[in-house]
Write a protein that binds this ligand. Structure first.
Ligand SMILES: Nc1nc2c(ncn2[C@@H]2O[C@H](COP(=O)(O)OP(=O)(O)OP(=O)(O)O)[C@@H](O)[C@H]2O)c(=O)[nH]1
Ligand SMILES: [Mg+2]
Length: 288
């Protein structure tokens, strides 16, 4: 992909109007929060670390719990390595917010935070109040699914397309005296590199119809090879041409339908049909 120029502006700045206002709203709402559950997709923990959001969190007296979510779709060994690395600075739990697996690991840190809050309030002669949590992160990382798990019912709408939650969500009461608020997914205004754009597309954080599909799909094919996972494809392919031909996606005259091949690849990635993949391992594999 050496010959690729930087992604065209429209491709890497998927920051529509609703996301700008969501960002302003999120900053405002952070003022009344005790705990932020910061969700990262375990397949791309690097790209999920939204710099402006983390900067904003650092400046506030808000507790953070980092949630490595969708661990069922990531390589388990890579997830362990990422969790150990992130634990050097943060409280980290590994989760599957779709099924609720891992939820128990949140109990202890939440109850410790609740105790600290109660102590602080009683020191100021204030009455106890519910712990206020907010789920934040990139689009489609599983925030609304997480809220539903926390409160024990399907309160927030969830779905495969990024950008589903919009506008200001209400507080939802959960067990053990917690109030939870959902937020719309926030993407950073500038996606700097092709690999980053490709990883975000593979994990469904950007809409596949707003990106240069040919380039992104080609990068994903090469990434699979770098990660030693090309055998997950119907045949080891480095180009959409090869992949489309293998899949029998032919147009009139025997021309390969590369657009269809790109769509196929994206769907395989979104749905985890290629098996568990950590697109962004903590340590890059050695190239032979
Ligand atoms: N495999 C798997 N899928 C998950 C997990 N958590 C959530 N999902 C799926 O990921 C998709 C997005 O989930 P949502 O909860 O809607 O994500 P969100 O972060 O609220 O998305 P936006 O509101 O669009 O920002 C849905 O199809 C969920 O079923 C998980 O742990 N594993
Ligand atoms: Mg949502």
């Amino acid at each position: 992909m050496d010959s690729l120029k930087e992604p065209p502006k429209a491709a890497f700045s998927w920051f529509p109007g609703h996301m700008k206002s969501a960002w302003r709203m999120l900053e405002e709402q952070l003022k009344e929060i005790d705990v932020v559950l910061f969700l990262l997709d375990a397949r791309i923990p690097r790209s999920c670390q939204h710099p402006q959001l983390l900067d904003s969190l650092r400046k506030r007296p808000v507790e953070q719990i980092w949630v490595l979510n969708k661990v069922d779709l990531a390589n388990p060994q890579q997830t362990r390595e990422w969790a150990a690395e992130l634990r050097k600075l943060h409280h980290v739990v590994e989760m599957q917010s779709k099924s609720g697996s891992g939820l128990g690991a949140l109990k202890q840190p939440l109850s410790a935070i609740k105790d600290r809050l109660a102590e602080k309030r009683s020191g100021r002669s204030l009455l106890e109040r519910p712990l206020r949590l907010m789920v934040v992160g990139l689009p489609n990382v599983g925030k609304s699914s997480m809220l539903n798990r926390l409160v024990g019912r399907a309160s927030a709408k969830t779905g495969k397309k990024p950008g589903l939650t919009r506008g200001k969500s209400n507080w939802v009461a959960g067990p053990d005296g917690i109030l939870v608020r959902d937020t719309p997914g926030i993407l950073y205004p500038r996606i700097e590199t092709w690999p980053q754009l490709s990883h975000l597309t593979a994990c469904g954080n950007v809409k596949a119809d707003v990106i240069p599909r040919f380039e992104v799909a080609t990068i994903l094919l090469r990434r699979l090879q770098e990660l030693g996972l090309q055998d997950r494809l119907p045949a080891p392919c480095l180009s959409l041409e090869e992949l489309g031909r293998k899949l029998g996606f032919l147009l009139k005259g025997g021309i390969v339908d590369e657009e269809r091949a790109a769509g196929w690849l994206f769907n395989q990635c979104f749905d985890g049909k290629l098996g568990t993949i950590t697109w962004e391992p903590l340590h890059e594999p050695e190239q032979t």
